[in-house]
Design a protein around this ligand. Sequence first.
Ligand code: 5AD
Ligand code: SF4
Length: 423
Amino acid sequence: MNEHDSQRIAGILEADGYSETSNSSDADVVLLNTCCVRAKAEQKVLSEIGKLSLLKARRNFILAVCGCMAQKEKRKIIKRFPEVDIVLGTNDVIHLKKAIDKAKKGEKTIFASSDFKSFNSAIPFLKKGNIKEFVTIMEGCNNFCSYCIVPFVRGRERSRPLEEIICEVEHLAKGGCKEVTLLGQNVNSYNSPSSDACDFSTLLEKINEIEGIERIRFVTSHPKDFDRKLINAIKRLDKVCRNIHLPLQSGSDKILKLMNRNYTVEEYMEKIELLKSEIPEVGISSDIIVGFPGEDEEDFNYTLNAIEKIRFDTLFSFCYSHRPPAKSSTLDETLTIEEKLERLNLLQSIQRKISMEKNIAEEGKIKAVLVEGVSKRSSKDLTGRTEQNRVVNFKGDESLIGKIVQVKITKAYSNSLRGRIDR
Ligand code: 5AD
Ligand code: SF4
């Protein structure tokens, strides 16, 4: 979501005559688009602002901070770093041009309204003619998982009108885009404000009809809302990838309850079983938080058991961090950072083994790969992804970029596969 927000910010700047530079020492405007979902991301931003503030002492440029952290900290950012010219919240990048004009005159702008009522569609976004693009279908979240700051910094859930989404995807398809990833904190509860009967499955159906689009992905689904209707849509619609990101967060019912996730491990497992039985070769990824307050050895072992039983293809795992004003930040932490890291390392080593075994199981298979471009590692290789989102590198002509080709998998690595075009 942040990546896509950055594209929107770049779109506003481009419309104002700016162009992108890869080097901040050349830039007239340096903008940090921030995330505060986990404490680590926030620390990285603070250190980056510190570095840029030093750079500003030597060379003048406009320094802007946008995104979740700007929303959360507001004027505290400028108090700590007076070199920052602009602070814009998650729903306020629309004011960027005005803020830059003010900064040129030496005036500061701090704008982080809490008016999250409607979907902010008017913002252009920078289109680079990519094979894959993100499309936001909804913003905000109503779930209030106890550890999560998102509802506080992105507001309540609001869906984007169907017509706008279709228009954007058609436009992307005309520009050469082949794969769209639909973005929302909880895509399952999509409900177009402009059309009575357009839920998420119907939206998928409509996008499936758009000429030029070959693949559709979506993130994130909440297990409590993930249902048979969506499984049927994935099964029925040929462009919807057989791949799903379904965050489990913990394998302990006690912790899930404290997290306010509204499902039990058993209910989650049932949905996974249904997915696996209904959709052959479905790829499943998930998120896990270790060290939530009150997570004891037994709870952690339940989580390990769950990941060993489910065998996710990919797992994103994090140490718990307090994120006030999220509810769990009032609970006492029961583990030290070292203890949390120890659990995280153990969980990740088990998952690494599972992911490797799953990659090895791909050897010898013929997979449909959407060719994304020339590999960054070797100019002789093309790179693309399978429906299940595995990276595949193989030799081939650049004319194949943007096409789906059949590739025989010859070798598995921990994070990618090697293959050759199957003729
Ligand atoms: N601490 C650790 N991880 C968190 N996440 C969200 N909030 C926190 C937190 N306070 C993780 C969840 C979520 C992912 C995007 O970030 O696993 O699914
Ligand atoms: Fe945060 Fe839960 Fe909403 Fe995801 S569903 S954004 S974890 S509150």
